[in-house]
Design a binder for this molecule. Structure first.
Ligand code: NDP
Length: 240
């Protein structure tokens, strides 16, 4: 059997890079994608220096054209897809400095920032899943992992970072919808990696990058009797 193929979005740094590293170490053929081709190449080069072979590619998940063009290039080279990690994400509500000034609350963040958040964090996964779930369904095997956040849980909403929170709550709906469209053998889950020391999480976060990536890799490599249509942290089901 040929090696399993994985696509990881937003993989030039942080959690996406670590997930790519771990899957490559486990023998997956990893297509490491970034919205900048140069950044994808630089990240791939970093992993090559560690003796890992990954394939750099360019995808901006906020662009239909970019996702379509990538899907076409992918289809010309690969006949299967086993893992899709929708990891790319960004915060549009404001900076940590603005948070300290109390500027990223629901009463202050403009609707446009919410729209931008949804375009990348929610519709990025939507676009990618729409293009790639059919290939998994055809193959009868697949693991889609939508990298979400506890900040998207309705049970823990608070009042700040509304764009980010709403985009991740909506990502949970995207997870359930594509779970409904998945055939036998294909699992679609959302994962909270915990609070992780990346560019996004900041240096005060409680988890290292490998610790955060581990829960994503667990969901990407779930056994046949693992959950689907669930929200997971460290492999355990948590409340939406
Ligand atoms: P980083 O900011 O380190 O990485 C985010 C990645 O997403 C970068 O590679 C960035 O690329 C990429 N990206 C942003 N927008 C796009 C786009 N339109 N198309 C393609 N790639 C894009 O953050 P993390 O590694 O921490 O975040 C990874 C995921 O984990 C995100 O979905 C985030 O919401 C989630 N998460 C993180 C937590 C944390 O504490 N760190 C907690 C909970 C969830 P570029 O370099 O070009 O900007």
């Amino acid at each position: 059997m040929s090696a399993r193929v994985a696509i990881v979005t937003g993989a030039n740094r942080g959690l996406g890079l670590e997930v790519s590293r771990t899957l490559a170490q486990r023998g997956y053929r990893v297509v490491l994608t970034a919205r900048s081709g140069e950044k994808a190449e630089a990240a791939a080069e970093q992993l090559r220096a560690e003796g890992l072979e990954v394939e750099p590619e360019t995808v901006d998940v906020s662009s239909d054209e970019s996702v379509d063009a990538f899907a076409e290039r992918f289809g010309a080279r690969f006949e299967r897809l086993d893992v899709l990690v929708n990891n790319a994400g960004a915060i549009f509500d404001g900076t940590n400095d603005r948070a300290q000034e109390g500027q990223v609350g629901v009463l202050g963040v403009p609707a446009d920032a919410v729209l931008q958040s949804v375009d990348t964090n929610t519709l990025g996964a939507y676009r990618m899943s729409q293009r790639f779930l059919p290939l998994m369904n055809e193959g009868g095997y697949g693991r889609v992992v939508n990298v979400s956040s506890g900040m998207g849980a309705l049970t823990d909403m608070g009042t700040g970072w509304p764009g980010y929170r709403i985009s991740k709550t909506a990502l949970h709906a995207v997870t359930r919808l594509f779970h409904g469209a998945a055939h036998r053998g294909v699992k679609v889950n959302a994962v909270c990696p915990g609070w992780v020391r990346t560019d996004m999480g900041g240096s005060a976060a409680s988890r290292s990058v490998p610790e955060g990536a581990a829960g994503i890799v667990l969901a990407a490599t779930l056994p046949e009797d693992g959950p689907s249509g669930a929200f997971l942290r460290d492999g355990e089901i948590i409340a939406w």
